[in-house]
Design a protein around this ligand. Structure first.
Ligand SMILES: O=C(CO)[C@@H](O)[C@H](O)COP(=O)(O)O
Ligand SMILES: [Fe+2]
Length: 217
C-alpha cells in the first residue's frame, strides 16, 4: 500500500517544506495535479514547477495531467523529471499513442478514468500501463466528497489484473480519508492519493499514519 499526498492542497509558497514534511512522514509518492483550465475548470501548475520541485525529494513524482491533448506536453513533463505521467482517457483521441510516447520517454505510463467513464473504455490499453488511476471525485478541485459508485471499478480492475497477469498499480484519487481509504483497499486499491486530508491538518505526518492504519485494518 502506498500513500501519495497531493500537493494541490499544500502551501504553494512553501512547496519544498510541504514536500519534505510528507516525505519524512512516510509518503511513497508525491502526487502533482496539473490542470489547464480547459479539461477541468481550474488552472494549477506546469512543467516548470515539476522541474523546480524535482530536486527537493527522492520520492517518485506522480504527475496527474488534467489537460486536453496531453500528447502536446508529454516531452516537457518527462524532461522535468516526472516518474509517472498519468493521462485521462477522456482527454485525448489517441490514448494508445500518448501512452507509447510516455513509455518511449522512459517514464512510467498511467491512465485515468473519470467517475462517469467505465473500465471498458481503457480495456485495450491495460496491458501496456504501469498504473491505472480511478478518480473517486470529478477532477478539478481538492476537498470534494468521495463517490462510492467508483468502488466497483477498482474491483473490476483488480479482477482483470489477476485474470490477465497484468501488473499495473491501482490508484485512487479524490475524497480519500481513513473511512473511504479502507473501502478502496478492500476493493483492491494499492495507491492512495490524499490532498486535503493530509495537508489541511496541523500534522501531515500523523494524517499519513492514520490513513495507513485504516488501510491496514
Ligand atoms: O486530481 C485531483 C483533483 O482533481 C486530486 O489529486 C485532488 O488533489 C485530491 O484532493 P482531495 O480530494 O484528497 O482533497
Ligand atoms: Fe490528482
Amino acid at each position: 500500500m502506498k500513500i501519495a499526498p497531493s500537493i494541490l492542497s499544500a502551501d504553494f509558497a512553501n512547496l519544498e517544506r510541504d514536500i519534505k514534511v510528507v516525505e519524512a512522514g512516510g509518503a511513497d509518492y508525491i502526487h502533482v495535479d496539473v490542470m489547464d483550465g480547459q479539461f477541468v475548470p481550474n488552472i494549477t501548475i506546469g512543467a516548470n514547477v515539476v522541474s523546480a520541485i524535482r530536486p527537493t525529494t527522492k520520492l517518485p513524482l506522480d504527475v496527474h495531467l488534467m489537460i486536453t491533448e496531453p500528447e502536446r506536453y508529454v516531452e516537457d513533463f518527462a524532461k522535468a523529471g516526472a516518474d509517472f505521467i498519468v493521462v485521462h482517457q477522456e482527454s485525448t483521441l489517441h490514448l494508445h499513442r500518448v501512452l507509447q510516447m510516455i513509455k518511449n520517454a522512459g517514464v512510467k505510463a498511467g491512465v485515468v478514468i473519470n467517475p462517469a467513464t467505465p473500465v471498458s473504455a481503457i480495456k485495450e490499453v491495460l496491458s501496456m500501463v504501469d498504473l491505472v488511476l480511478v478518480m473517486t471525485v470529478n477532477p478539478g478541485f481538492g476537498g470534494q466528497a468521495f463517490i462510492p459508485s467508483c468502488l466497483t471499478k477498482i474491483e473490476e480492475l483488480a479482477a482483470i489484473r489477476k485474470e490477465c497477469g497484468y501488473d499495473y498499480e491501482i490508484e485512487v484519487d479524490g475524497g480519500v480519508v481513513p473511512e473511504t481509504a479502507a473501502l478502496c483497499a478492500q476493493a483492491g486499491a494499492d495507491v492512495f492519493v490524499a490532498g486535503s486530508y493530509v495537508y489541511n491538518a496541523e500534522n501531515p505526518a500523523q494524517q499519513i499514519e492514520l490513513l495507513k492504519a485504516a488501510i491496514e485494518s
